[in-house]
Design a protein around this ligand. Structure first.
Ligand SMILES: C[S@@+](CC[C@H](N)C(=O)[O-])C[C@H]1O[C@@H](n2cnc3c(N)ncnc32)[C@H](O)[C@@H]1O
Length: 304
């Protein structure tokens, strides 16, 4: 019922990106997976993020690591200039000190898990860091933060587009890497979204998505949301701009392939003590064993 009160959704925020260490950890996780499985030649130059949430901190980490341009696309404006500048200032010493990646002890709910949490010199070289962390460059990014472009202007290092809904808001095949963290489980029109991301990505570009298939604590059991009929689920969503699309891992993989992506790595995590198949709504009773048990997955794909 609270979702019917205007603004109540915004006051809550989204959870993660109000912490600089979280943003640093998220960006370096996506980067590490990209270099581990993506067969990439170098650090991505132009990066786009879907659903940054409370701040654009993981994109700022991408810029501090060496990217030249960052696009953010959201449907609700949770970020503020003040928050972004605060996170940016806190990110700088993390890079300057080559801090290790905050691990699963510090962030037990953040995936993917990595083989090592040491600073990823394999993906960010010392040479590159020296260039990307000069005082002049840091000042330029900070200046950009007081003047973020909200309609696409490629002369700006940072573009924040909210709400976004048209593929032609940025140039076709202009992005090297697209990523999202805990977003694709919320997206209403997945097919359109994957088609749009395909349009934006350069040939040879990579896409890295961490998807959380749990009920986000709306139900006591991690997969309890799959026990409701579509009708009841629409009532639970109420007036919220988004909730959970209840799409399965196999649906994501099928859509990616149909759109033209090559799926190069899927890193699944199994949920514990979930509802059994016969406790799910009719819609989900016949899903595969993997869809029934996977509580999150990281999917890396390429456009070739
Ligand atoms: C759980 S928050 C995750 C925020 C952030 N990525 C993090 O790691 O904390 C989900 C985010 O997805 C955004 N979102 C929902 N539907 C979206 C869509 N169709 N396109 C882009 N972003 C969307 C929400 O506005 C919100 O910022």
């Amino acid at each position: 019922m609270k979702s019917f009160i205007p603004g109540s959704f915004l006051r809550k925020g989204t959870g993660g990106t109000c912490s600089a260490r979280y943003c640093y950890g998220v960006w370096l996780r996506h980067l590490s997976i990209l270099f581990q499985f993506g067969n990439v030649r170098g650090y991505p130059n132009t990066v786009a993020e879907l659903g940054p949430g409370d701040s654009i901190g993981s994109g700022l980490a991408g810029l501090l690591g060496g990217a030249q341009n960052y696009f953010a696309f959201d449907v609700v404006k949770f970020t503020s200039q003040e928050q972004n500048i605060k996170i940016f200032n806190e990110l700088i010493p993390l890079f300057k000190n080559r801090e290790n990646i905050p691990d699963n002890k510090e962030f037990p709910n953040v995936y993917p898990r990595l083989a090592t949490y040491k600073f990823p010199y394999a993906s960010i070289t010392e040479r590159q860091l020296k260039k990307s962390l000069t005082e002049a460059r840091i000042r330029r990014i900070r200046d950009n933060l007081t003047d973020i472009s909200t309609s696409v202007n490629e002369d700006y290092a940072i573009n924040f587009i909210c709400p976004w809904f048209r593929p032609d808001i940025i140039r076709k095949e202009s992005v090297d890497m697209i990523y999202s963290q805990a977003v694709l489980e919320h997206v209403d029109d997945l097919e359109f979204t994957y088609r749009t991301l395909y349009y934006w990505l350069k040939k040879g570009g990579s896409m890295s998505h961490q998807i959380d298939f749990t009920s986000h604590k709306i139900t006591a059991v991690w997969n309890g949301h799959l026990s409701y009929s579509d009708f009841t689920w629409r009532l639970i969503r109420g007036q919220r701009p988004y909730l959970l699309n209840r799409q399965l891992l196999s649906t994501h993989i099928g859509l990616l392939k149909n759109t033209g992506f090559r799926v190069v790595a899927v890193i699944p995590v199994k949920g514990k003590n979930g509802l059994a198949r016969n406790q799910l709504s009719n819609k989900y009773k016949n899903i595969s064993e993997e869809d029934l048990t996977v509580s999150s997955a990281h999917i890396l794909s390429k456009k070739e």
